[in-house]
Design a protein around this ligand. Structure first.
Ligand code: CO
Length: 135
């Protein structure tokens, strides 16, 4: 089951500058900065009540974020939905005909298991499913 929008991901060219910008905009500092080496991204997270914003900067030229910035420029990169059973949701969405980019959930930023749906099948919006890792 999808439970809520967990965060909105925004691709940026200069995360230090964008951290300052979003700190002013949201009137709160980021609560976390984290590199996800496997994805070639540096992230930072802001929280306003229940709403989270994830900023993403590429750390290598072949990072998916670098490719996104090249094609589309800065802007909203993905919408992430929290799910309570990521394997079950992947199965359900595959059965509904969606293209799942990784059939096995992988470790993402902010202590989450994540899975992405191809934007070609979702009106051009990259969708992330995420589930908190409890250990
Ligand atoms: Co995300």
């Amino acid at each position: 089951m999808l439970t809520n929008v967990e965060h909105i991901g925004i691709a940026v060219r200069d995360i230090a500058a964008s951290n300052d910008l979003f700190t002013k905009l949201l009137n709160v500092a980021p609560y976390k900065a984290e590199v996800v080496a496997a994805e070639g991204v540096m992230t930072s997270f802001f929280r306003v009540n229940q709403t989270k914003i994830e900023l993403l900067e590429a750390t290598s030229p072949d990072s998916p974020i670098a490719k996104f910035l090249e094609k589309k420029g800065e802007g909203i990169h993905h919408i992430a939905f929290e799910v309570d059973d990521i394997e079950g949701e992947i199965e359900r969405l595959k059965n509904e005909g969606f293209t799942v980019l990784n059939e096995v959930p992988k470790r993402g930023a902010d202590n989450k298991l994540v899975c992405f749906l191809h934007p070609k099948g979702t009106n051009g919006v990259l969708i992330e499913l995420c589930q908190e890792i409890k250990e």
